[in-house]
Design a protein around this ligand. Structure first.
Ligand code: NAD
Length: 496
């Protein structure tokens, strides 16, 4: 099928914004979107100026009053199912685009990113059909009473700002519930991964989503399209996933106009490995938690606390697992770890590798850049790395690195493990590894995070509340919790 986006490694395409159901060519400056596995240019991407963002917001505003605003929940739900089907019908295009933009192994994107992108539309197509509100019968002095009931209305135009680590998955996680509830959206995908958001425009048109309901503007964050979008007074709510610092800036922007925000932010997550764990399962789980997607997962583990009796065995086995990871061509099925997203991000992660050394860490494995043949030698690969011996005060232990690395630290008892896990400004996720059920419940109740796994990592049921405590975010996504953000409740009181 002819497509407006590039899904091939051997040609460079021009991307467009997608506004009012059309791909909008623009003469304004284009930036290069590079394949992180090779450094080659994938797309030239336009940067939206304030006028382009304004066009997109106005198109979204008009669409609220058009057929979309008049549709029943059943009709919207049926269209969203067609969007899910459309993603699956174009599975190979989405897969190729995601792999070229991110460099992640094709096997990973085929297993998680693309199917979840489609599943997000199906789950919220279901969810919207079962949304309920409250009613109250209220006493009045005349004895006749009053009936109070709440109605749900869409918030309006939602600004959607997304990161690059799970581009389609995280974007659809916001777009699907927003549309299910009758909102319209203007999406600003990450400058690093603009392609699948654009391709989704084609699917929206094919599925019968009316023009203006889904819009995409490209560009950067501060002083670019991201900031223009969050500051635009026509945007009625903002949903953001990304770094905590960016979330803070977006919250400030949203204060003008007192607009609601949903923020899914960074993490510095702990795994707590107790001596009574099943070591085989734990090694498998912690290996994924640390190294999946080259460590670029908000839920990933960068602090691994291990009970002292199994410290040596655990460390030796995690080292072996890290050394088995195979970097290289993401399209090759033998590849199990891709590159970091960009040269700039690799420089940042390498600065933490240097910092760990300076802070006296012992390097268990890794620590540098792996030697790979051309063209992957020009990619942004980095060695999976494990440290021991770091103090809790080291920046490596406190700041989110977002790379394939972790620090192993021993603990003696349950209270110490909980205290270590909670000693962080972040509060996104914790994974507890133990075969002791009572311990699992005790610890889960005390860790200060939004998501706790016991003997699992990244095991998701999309109906459950997802989000961070402390500086890891505000609000919850998933199931009915997403719908709470994308609708406003209005109360009606009728005197009987
Ligand atoms: P980022 O904050 O740098 O960028 C995210 C998006 O925000 C991009 O589209 C960017 O262009 C835009 N942006 C940047 N500055 C902006 C501004 N001032 N105004 C408006 N938009 C702006 O994050 P990233 O590097 O793309 O992603 C990695 C981060 O995302 C990590 O911190 C990770 O933990 C976090 N993350 C969190 C979750 C979660 O669910 N909690 C999920 C995935 C990623």
């Amino acid at each position: 099928m002819a497509t407006a986006v590039n899904t091939r490694a051997d040609k460079v395409a021009h991307l467009s914004h997608f506004i009012d159901g059309r791909f909008v060519p623009t003469a304004r400056s284009h930036f290069e979107n590079r394949n992180p596995a090779t450094g080659a240019i994938v797309n030239l991407v336009p940067e939206a100026d304030p006028a382009v963002v304004d066009d997109a917001v106005k198109a979204a505003k008009r669409a609220l009053k058009g057929p979309w605003g008049k549709m029943s929940e059943q009709q919207r739900s049926a269209i969203l199912r067609k969007v899910a089907d459309g993603i699956m019908a174009r599975f190979d295009d989405f897969l190729a685009a995601e792999v070229l933009d991110t460099g992640k192994p094709k096997s990973l994107a085929a297993h998680i990113d693309i199917p979840r992108g489609a599943a997000n539309f199906n789950i919220f197509a279901d969810q919207v059909l079962t949304l309920s509100t409250e009613t109250f019968r209220t006493a009045t002095p005349d004895g006749a009473g009053a009936l109070n009931y709440a109605i749900r209305v869409p918030r309006g135009v939602i600004g959607v700002i997304c990161p690059w680590n799970l581009p389609l998955l995280l974007l659809t996680w916001k777009v699907a519930p927003a549309l299910a509830c009758g909102n319209t959206v203007v999406v600003k995908p990450s400058e690093e991964t603009p392609t699948t958001a654009t391709l989704l425009g084609e699917v929206m048109n094919e599925a019968g989503v009316p023009p203006g309901v889904y819009n995409v503007v490209h560009g950067f964050g501060g002083d670019s399209s991201g900031e223009y979008l969050t500051r635009h007074p026509g945007v009625d709510g903002i949903t953001f996933t990304g770094e905590t610092g960016t979330g803070t800036a977006i919250m400030r922007a949203a204060a003008d106009g007192v607009r609601p925000v949903s923020l899914e932010l960074g993490g510095k997550n702990a795994s707590l490995v107790f001596a009574d764990c099943d070591l085989d399962k734990t090694i498998e789980g912690v290996t994924r938690a640390v190294f999946a997607n080259c460590g670029q997962v908000c839920l990933g583990t960068e602090r691994v606390y291990v009970q002292r009796p199994i410290l040596a065995a655990f460390t030796q086995r995690l080292k072996a697992a890290a050394e088995r990871l195979q970097p290289g061509n993401p399209f090759d099925t033998a590849t199990t770890i891709g590159p970091l997203i960009s040269q700039a991000h690799r420089d940042k992660v390498l600065s933490y590798y240097a910092r760990a050394k300076a802070d006296g860490a012992e390097i268990v494995t890794g620590g540098g850049i792996p030697a790979l043949p051309s063209p992957y030698s020009s990619g942004f690969f980095i060695a999976p790395t494990i440290w021991t011996g770091l103090a809790e005060t080291s920046a490596v232990m406190r700041e989110e690195i977002f790379g394939p690395c972790c620090s192993i630290v021993p603990f003696d008892d349950e209270d110490a493990a909980i205290a270590l896990a909670n000693d962080s400004p972040y509060g996104l996720a914790t994974a507890i590894w133990t075969e002791n059920l009572a311990r699992a419940h005790r610890v889960a109740a005390q860790v200060e995070v939004g998501i706790t796994w016991v003997n699992a990592w990244f095991l998701r049921d999309l109906r459950t509340p997802f989000g961070g405590s402390k500086q890891s975010g505000i609000g919850r996504e998933g199931g009915v919790h997403s719908m709470e953000f994308y609708t406003e409740l209005r109360n009606v009181c009728i005197k009987l």
